[in-house]
Design a binder for this molecule. Structure first.
Ligand code: FHN
Length: 555
């Protein structure tokens, strides 16, 4: 009864072993928040367009005739540095008459992107929307006089494209905040937090329609300020996702570091933001742009890596000061789209790979199908631990060429026909009936059948976007695959505390300290896991440093 009640209250997770267990992940934050269906839909979009567009686009990474190369070009004000009045004067000539929002939406579609997020205000504090909070905005301060964010929101609505905005919590245009500090981790005054809330109300009040996400970025808000920002968004639009860079664990999705593809699976919705050239997001007139094919392939690979680990990929363009899209960037996007179009079923709406890292490439999981993205010629390809799945066939996606699939021990072997590799990253679809059963490889046992579990050989799980940009992640779960049976577990720890031990069917709360010995049963389909004591909140770290757990067989 207790277990059923817990499962009902906390939700349940079905593991790839086909088992139902109490949810071993953080509890959601305060309501209202986006529903599970919204999160699922957001997670299924997989590929979107980021746009960094602002006064800095007009400068194109050049100040007083010289390239400024000591940081991102959208931060040229801080990098050059440019005095506030001189930077603000750029607005007088910012007239992006070639800005064509419908063409931008069409380009996103050609790339296979399913959402667009544009900078409504970057760190320079210049608003690209018609705010009533300051005249320092694109309508009141430029010859263009039109609301760029609104123009794009309307084009997205016309084109059936999801739309969101980037919002910098810091503002170099504010007195006392007018300079770059390390990590962009400026503290926010109460007055500035109020200013942000007033702008958020404008952005979410209806003028810009329903926002799919609001991409908070940077600054070092207090926990109360982060909560205030997230609550302001959700009160107005409960289904708008708040990015993790609102910090203090208040976001609805995790944001990786810039251009970072994580090495770990992550147990919550997440996104990798990427720029076409890692050194800038805003337009840089002097950027050397060559090898467009290489750039296309680099971005296809990053998209697939992110999707195979369960995330969304948002790829940036930096329009020029006249509003035009850099032709090279458009070519890269179209190139990715040309690859993606015939294999879209292997990307959109898929789930993360249940396999450990695979030498041949990447895997995603769809409806009764596993997709293999083949990086190299090393056929045949092996899927470890999947032989208990009832495979029903395999073909290349896009051209339906049949592929052989057969079992070899615990491996499933995939053998394409001779001369199969004609294009970059082809995709094979393996269909199956019933559940997808994948037995994870066990960690190596000692000669006497015992195990030494350490942080090094654990599968680790993190919460991201903690207290600030420099403190992005919290280790909250460690998991080890070991043989089934009864063990005496001896804990070696620095410190002591209460944790939950998940070993067979359910978790149990235990106090552990150095030298503690406990009897543990591990089931045939379960792993040995340590998490904070349940229920725990997003961001709760393990309360102690676990040096090792020695598992010796019961007599
Ligand atoms: O400081 C910003 C940067 O200019 C850019 O907007 C990126 C995009 O992820 N975010 C911050 C750095 O991570």
């Amino acid at each position: 009864m207790k277990k059923v009640l817990c499962a009902a209250l906390l939700g349940v997770a079905i593991s790839f072993h086909g088992q139902v267990k109490v949810q071993d992940r953080p509890l959601p934050l305060s309501e209202p928040r986006p529903t599970a269906a919204t999160l699922e839909e957001w997670g299924g979009r997989k590929f979107g367009m980021f746009i960094h567009f602002g006064l800095y686009s007009e400068l194109g990474g050049v100040w007083k005739g010289k390239p400024v190369d000591n940081g991102y070009s959208e931060q040229i004000m801080g990098n050059a540095p440019i005095p506030l009045e001189e930077y603000a004067a750029v607005a007088k000539r910012f007239d992006p008459e070639k800005w064509d929002p419908d063409a931008v939406v069409a380009l996103a579609k050609a790339a296979g992107m399913r959402f667009i997020v544009i900078t409504s205000k970057h760190h320079d504090g210049f608003s690209m929307f018609h705010t009533a909070q300051s005249k320092y905005n694109v309508v009141d301060a430029t010859p263009y006089k039109r609301d760029v964010v609104k123009e794009l929101a309307d084009a997205c609505r016309r084109g059936g494209m999801k739309f969101g905005v980037y919002y910098s919590s810091i503002d170099w245009h504010e007195p006392g905040m007018d300079h770059y500090i390390e990590g962009n981790s400026n503290l926010l005054s109460d007055a500035h937090a109020k200013f942000n809330v007033a702008q958020l109300k404008e952005l979410l009040g209806g003028t810009y329609g329903s926002l799919s996400e609001i991409w908070f970025d940077m600054g070092k808000p207090t926990p109360a300020q982060s909560k205030l920002f997230a609550e302001t968004v959700h009160k107005l639009q409960p289904q708008t996702l708040v990015s993790g860079r609102v910090f203090n664990y208040q976001g609805d999705f995790t944001v990786m570091g810039d251009n970072e593809v994580p090495e770990y699976g992550i147990d919550e919705p997440w996104q990798t933001p990427a720029s076409i050239f890692g050194a800038t997001w805003g337009y840089r007139s002097w950027q050397k742009r060559d090898d467009v094919q290489g750039k296309i392939q680099e971005n296809i690979l990053r998209l697939v890596q992110v999707v195979s680990r369960g995330g969304n990929y948002i790829l940036n363009i930096g329009p020029e000061g006249d509003g035009s899209v850099v032709p090279y960037e458009a070519d890269v996007l179209r190139g990715v789209g040309a690859w993606l179009k015939p294999v879209g079923e292997a990307i959109y709406g898929t789930k993360a790979s249940p396999f450990p890292d695979l030498d041949f490439g990447y895997v995603t999981v769809g409806e009764h199908a596993v997709y293999l993205f083949l990086k190299n010629e090393g056929a045949p390809f092996r899927l470890p631990g999947a032989s208990e799945t009832q495979w029903t066939g395999a073909t290349f996606v896009g051209n339906e060429t049949p592929v052989k699939v057969f079992a070899d021990g615990a491996d499933t072997v995939v053998q394409p026909p001779p001369d199969w590799l004609h294009e970059f990253l082809p995709v094979v679809k393996l269909t199956y009936r019933g559940p997808l059963r994948v037995v994870k490889p066990k960690i190596a046992a000692e000669a006497d059948g015992s195990y030494r579990l350490t942080a090094q050989n654990a599968e680790k799980f993190y919460n991201y976007n903690g207290f600030g940009y420099e403190d992005p992640k919290t280790l909250y779960k460690m998991r080890w695959e070991v043989g089934a049976g009864c063990y005496a577990a001896t804990f070696k720890t620095a410190g002591s505390g209460e944790v939950a031990l998940v070993a067979k069917d359910a978790e149990r709360a235990i106090s552990i300290s150095d030298g503690k010995v406990l009897k543990v049963e591990v089931g045939p389909d379960t792993a040995f896991e340590i998490t904070p004591k349940e229920p725990f909140l997003k961001g709760t770290a393990l309360p102690l440093k676990l040096e090792a757990v020695l598992l010796t067989r019961c007599p």
